[in-house]
Design a protein around this ligand. Structure first.
Ligand SMILES: Nc1nc2c(c(=O)[nH]1)N[C@H]1C(S)=C(S)[C@@H](COP(=O)(O)O)O[C@H]1N2
Ligand SMILES: [Mo]
Length: 167
């Protein structure tokens, strides 16, 4: 337990120091994601606003995995959570994530970073529409980490993600 706690703090410290120099692009006109709370780099009075182009520019990764909601192995592409937290200059360890349908969950940033979580924007090469759980779906590499294959971790796959408040 103690060891894990220090690993989490170490991960967040890396995120925090990397963010110090970077400034965020001016606020997006068509935001798909709003990050609020403990952040160093807001780009508006409402927090850090991202449109789709800004998100894709953060640095994307690929996760190939099965999910409880899709058939077979699917390929997700989108910015890593790490790149998002770095861009906003995250200064907290809890992510209060809220979806379009007002589903909300508090996520442990350290755990998600250790697994290389991403905000998927594409599934099998196609942009995720609202009806396909987009435009943003928090994806974990569950195929590569079987310990993620349980109900508690399924609940972390928040789809139609709208806002993240960093606490
Ligand atoms: N946007 C959104 N994401 C969500 C949910 C939701 O209601 N809305 N439910 C969560 C929960 S509690 C679980 S267990 C999983 C699986 O939900 P399902 O059983 O309805 O498919 O998705 C998670 N992601
Ligand atoms: Mo759930």
């Amino acid at each position: 337990m103690r060891r894990r706690f220090f690993l989490d703090l170490a991960a967040m410290a890396v995120v925090a120091s990397a963010s110090a120099a970077s400034a965020l692009a001016p606020q997006a006109s068509n935001p798909v994601l709003i990050v609020t709370g403990a952040i160093a780099n807001p780009n508006s009075q409402d927090g850090a606003l991202f449109d789709e182009a800004m998100l894709m520019a953060l640095g994307t990764s690929t996760i190939r995995t099965t999910t409880p909601w899709t058939d077979g192995v699917v390929e997700f592409v989108g910015p890593t959570l790490a790149s998002l937290l770095e861009a906003v200059g995250a200064k907290g360890t809890v992510l209060h994530a809220v979806a379009v349908n007002d589903y909300a969950i508090d996520l442990d940033a350290g755990e998600l970073l250790r697994y290389g979580a991403m905000l998927a924007m594409k599934q099998d090469g196609k942009a995720l529409s609202l009806r396909d759980r987009g435009p943003l779906w928090l994806v974990l590499p569950r195929e590569q980490h079987p310990e993620l294959m349980d109900e508690a971790h399924n609940a972390k796959w928040i789809w139609q993600l709208k806002t993240i408040e960093i606490r």
